[in-house]
Each structure stands twice: as C-alpha cells, then as structure tokens.
Ligand binder design. Structure first.
Ligand code: V47
Ligand code: SF4
Length: 389
C-alpha cells in the first residue's frame, strides 16, 4: 500500500520540510524563503509526492497537449544572448535565414487540411522585420484561416519592434491585437534577476519590460505563458525570485495559462563550459515550480527539449501539459543539444506517450478548452482517421 500524502508529510523528519508540506496540503501559499529551503534540502521523492498531489488536486490524471505548428521567421538576431545556440548575429546575417511573408503563408497553407488549432510564431530579432511587417503577416494568416489561434512574439521581439516603430508598448500591443495576435508565448524571460540577466543576455529587454508587456497583454484580454531558463549560472534564490515576480503579476492579472521551465542545453553556444543539470534536478525543479506557482493553472514540460522519456517522467512531478505535435523544423533545441533531432510527434505518438504512463490524454486548444478526450480512443483508430492523427 502506498502512503497517503498526509502520512508522507507527517513522517518527514526535517521540521522545515514538514511545515512546508503541511502548508501545501492546506492550500496555503509557500513563501520565497520556503521556496529556497525546498531547493536547498528537499529530496526528489518528497517534493515529487507533494507536486503530484497538487497536480492531481488541480487536474486529476488529465494531461493536455495541443496540435500546433511553429513558424520561425528568421534566426538572424541583433541580440547576443550567451546561451543561444540558434541565432546568427546580425553582423553575420548572410549565414542565417529570413522568410518572406509568402514563404510563411506557404507554411500556414501546408496545414490547411489538418486539424491544427494554433500557430506559434517566434524567432530572432531582425531589424528589417518591423511591426508593420508582422501586422501584415498576422492579417494575412487570419484572412486565410480565421480559426487558427495565433500565439506569437516574445517581449524581446515586441519591445524591439515597438521602439523602432516609435509606439508605446500599449499602442504596439493594441495594434498587433487588432491585426490578429491572440496570445503571447512564454519566451525571453530567462532569469529576471539583473545580476544574472546582465551576464547571460545583457542587451535585450529587462525583467520589468518583459513583465510590463505581459501585463498589457493581459489587460487587453489576451493570455500568455511564462518560461524560466534554469540550470546555468543562476542560484536557487534567482529561480525563486523569478517565480515570485511571475506569481505577483499573476495575482494582479490572472492572465497566465502555463509556466514552462526550460532546461539550459549547452551545445553550440557561448556557455558550453557549463555542465547541464541532472535529471534529478530537472524533476525537482518541476516539482518545486508546481508547489510555488500556486496561481498558475498549468505546468508544461516542453518535450522537444527535454526528450520524450523525460517528459513522461515529468508527468509524475507536477507537469500536466506536454505542449503539442510541433510538426516542423523547430531548430532552437536540436541546435542547443537536445536529443530530439527530429522534433515531430503525431497525435497517436503523443497519446501513446501519455497513456504509457497511465495518464489521461486530452487535446486542448491554446486557452485550455478541452477539445477531445483520448482516453477511450484506441491508437489504431487515431492512426487511420486523418482528422484524429
Ligand atoms: O527564451 C534558448 C530558450 C526560449 C536555449 O510559450 C534555450 O508555449 C535551453 O520560450 N537551452 C524560447 N533553452 C522558446 C520558448 C517556448 C518554447 C515552447 C513553448 C513556449 C510556449 C515557449 O528558448 C528562449 C530561451 O529561454 N533557449 N537557448 C538553450 N541553449
Ligand atoms: Fe536573439 Fe532570442 Fe537568441 Fe537572444 S535567445 S540571441 S534574443 S534569438
């Protein structure tokens, strides 16, 4: 017989860990100091049991995925983040790529007969790709396929294009919303604390700018995600500081859907000398994130970066979402050293990945409306039905 969460907490010898566990059971918020204590001394099994308890309290066995595709307009970037394995500095732009509007619309059209619900647009910051260029792209995508939810652009891209267009952040966001932008992805957050941020990405939008753009998006009725790039030079207190800032904004606006911890990968970048975090630390990080981010409904493991088996494991440590089918050449992670060199999974692959670990697969849209329950659909049916696969 496995122990109940009450028994696990009651038998914990460390007083701090026991007190924090009791707070989690009682739905009391844990403080920043307690978050740091968890990172410093909580064993994986303990935080894992608590995080799984919270995950099941919120979502039962449900595990969400969506059907989306990515467009990466360019990998040329004016910024010089040290962890980035993907971009080509603007000075070497001839080595990078840059898609035209027509090429991006061709990508959209490739999915015309497929039941995808979302396009995720994110890339480098190319000075030629202006606010007007992207507004035009959004209008054309929506004119072609109005039901496709457009989740696009990080505050890094947005801040740059608004400044170039001489628009305030609010004017810029209103303009893009009008053109068809519906949600913001979580990228560009990295680590907010300035003592780390200035060392790893000194020249792009700072923490306040990132948070302000998301706040404006939420005020305009849009939803968004938030990421945290961890496992490099930051300390535990920086991870908690990062999550604390997000938790405070979420208290104010309620506009975040999902928190996505991103494990730093060390291939092909200027931080290759830094060892990657262990799988134990990765799982502890998911678990602590689930406990700390008590006002974020969802916690996502991004499988193209983490790998499929580790994504399955994460479902036991607080994660309830494994992103989407991502059927394209998403290059950022394979270039950074992810094992996933061909990041594409069909719906049948995703469903079986979730079912293998006895979770309950649900297809969602960007806003977590439940579109289809796959628990009782057998894999053969998914594989032979083009609308399901
Ligand atoms: O902000 C860059 C990260 C992010 C590396 O909102 C790296 O649904 C690890 O935010 N090792 C962009 N990570 C991707 C992103 C994202 C991905 C999937 C879904 C969503 C969502 C958002 O990629 C960047 C940066 O933190 N990144 N280089 C690297 N070497
Ligand atoms: Fe540019 Fe983004 Fe890479 Fe930074 S992480 S260099 S902003 S593409």
């Amino acid at each position: 017989m496995s122990q109940s969460i009450e028994q696990i907490v009651a038998s914990e010898k460390d007083q701090d860990l026991q007190r924090i566990g009791q707070k989690v059971i009682n739905k009391e918020r844990i403080t920043a100091a307690e978050g740091v204590i968890l990172y410093e001394k909580a064993p994986l099994a303990y935080v894992g049991a608590l995080a799984n308890f919270v995950r099941e309290r919120l979502h039962g066995n449900k595990t969400f995925f969506n059907r989306n595709f990515h467009i990466e307009p360019t990998n040329v970037c004016v910024f010089s983040c040290k962890f980035c394995s993907y971009s080509k500095l603007y000075a070497h732009r001839e080595e990078g790529w840059e898609l035209t509007t027509d090429q991006m619309l061709e990508i959209v059209k490739k999915y015309d007969d497929q039941p995808v619900t979302e396009v995720h647009i994110v890339g480098g910051v190319h000075p030629k790709l202006t606010l007007e260029f992207f507004a035009d792209l959004l209008r054309k995508i929506k004119a072609h396929r109005a039901d496709l939810h457009v989740k696009g652009f990080t505050p890094v891209e947005l801040d740059y294009m608004f400044r170039k267009a001489k628009k305030t952040r609010r004017e810029g966001m209103e303009y893009l919303k009008e053109a068809g932008l519906e949600s913001l992805p979580g990228g560009g957050a990295e680590i907010f604390a300035p003592e780390i941020r200035t060392q790893i990405c000194h020249d792009k939008v700072d923490a306040n700018g990132w948070l302000e753009i998301h706040e404006i998006a939420h005020e305009l009725g849009m939803h968004s995600n938030a990421t945290m790039l961890y496992g490099h030079i930051e300390g535990f207190e920086h991870r908690i500081d990062h999550m604390e800032r997000l938790r405070q904004l979420q208290d104010k606006t309620g506009g975040f859907n999902t928190f996505i911890p991103l494990k730093f990968r060390n291939s092909n970048n200027e931080m290759s000398n830094i060892a990657e975090s262990t799988i134990i630390e990765d799982m502890r990080n998911y678990a602590i994130a689930r406990l700390y981010m008590d006002n974020f409904p969802h916690l996502k493991a991004y499988w193209p970066m983490l790998g499929r088996q580790n994504a399955q494991l994460a479902l036991q440590f607080g994660v309830n979402d494994i992103d989407g089918t991502i059927d394209d050449s998403t290059k950022i992670y394979s270039m950074a050293g992810s094992e996933e060199q061909t990041p594409a999974m069909s719906t049948a692959d995703l469903v079986s990945l979730i079912k293998q670990v006895k979770r309950h697969p649900i297809e969602r849209d960007t806003l977590y409306n439940e579109l289809r329950d796959y628990n009782d659909v057998d894999l053969a049916t998914i594989e032979t039905n083009p609308l399901l696969n």
